[in-house]
Design a protein. Sequence first.
Length: 384
Amino acid sequence: MPDFDVVVAGGSISGLLAAREAARAGGLSVAVLEEDAEIGTPEHCGGLVSMEGVKNLGIIPAVIENSRIKKARILPPSKNNGFEISAERQRVVVLDRRELDKQAALQAQRAGAEIRVKCSVRSAAFDSDRKLCTIKTSEGDLTCRHFVDARGVASIISRNREGVLLSAQYEVYADWIARDTIEVAFDSERYPGFFAWVIPAGDGQGKVGVAGKGINAASALKSYMDSKGTKYSVVRKVYAPIWVSGPAKNFVDDDNNTVYVGDAAGQTKPTTAGGIYTCGMGGILAGRAIAAGDPAGYPPAWESLFKDEFDKMLLARRLLERLDNRAIDDLFAAIPKEKLEEAASTGDFDFHSAALTKMLSAKGAARMAKALLGNEIRRLVDNG
């Protein structure tokens, strides 16, 4: 007999929800192994999600850090033609990620899962004859029938080194952080392929970050904060790679009986690297599929929810990676202003490609095409 029916490596939101569902839906014996000394720490996430997303994950919404997000300010490189989008109708909130993960851990434990911290997984090997996985950990060997890999970006990087960006995110006290406003700033020279951001936790406090391809994230973030023109205090620094290349090719590895969830499966959004909802649902669907004795049913279940959205976001990502600052400015100028309110009123924060489609409407298509064509001509000249 195995030590556990399911061993989950990683106490992330996806791993904990997989454990919760496997224990709750199937009555399986489940162990969650977290290498850090505390569930929810270190916290890499900005914490943005919709209230609808939190509800779908089945997490008690007692972990809301800021529920007063009213708008997002989107800035192009020149700072001209920037715009604001209302976030009120989409009910966007900022979660305390440490507490969110602890709530998920409590639910998993109450469903019957055992959680161990300061316990790292070193290897996993599947014996096809015995139909058992042997998991080597810092506390000794364990055997199980199903191994769930929820170890985050590090896991997918070990299988595919392409598709990661460097990021820095600081917890900051500064009077230029408004409680009700998210800020996103694009600049292909400072943050190639991504952007800088401000996510408020309250008046004068929040998370400020940058990410980009091949950048010195710490230097880029300091430059961004210095550009605000007033003093600030940094109370916490986090540096981490982020995954922006979309879902992994396989969520289930039949060769070693491993199921991948969350960041380890590439389930973070290609446009923003956010993944509370998409990764959390990955964990839920994987746990339910394992409980039903059909792990192979998990990938199509996740894809039925998110594949079309991720395909569109990957297309937007490929476009962003090619644009220079002039083209980004031209694209911002081409967005019909009357479409912004329509996008805000009908969009879904967890599925934002529809809002992008509305903003890039037919009315501004000619100007957008001109901006894109000019960008490609400049690339040809520069490469020539």
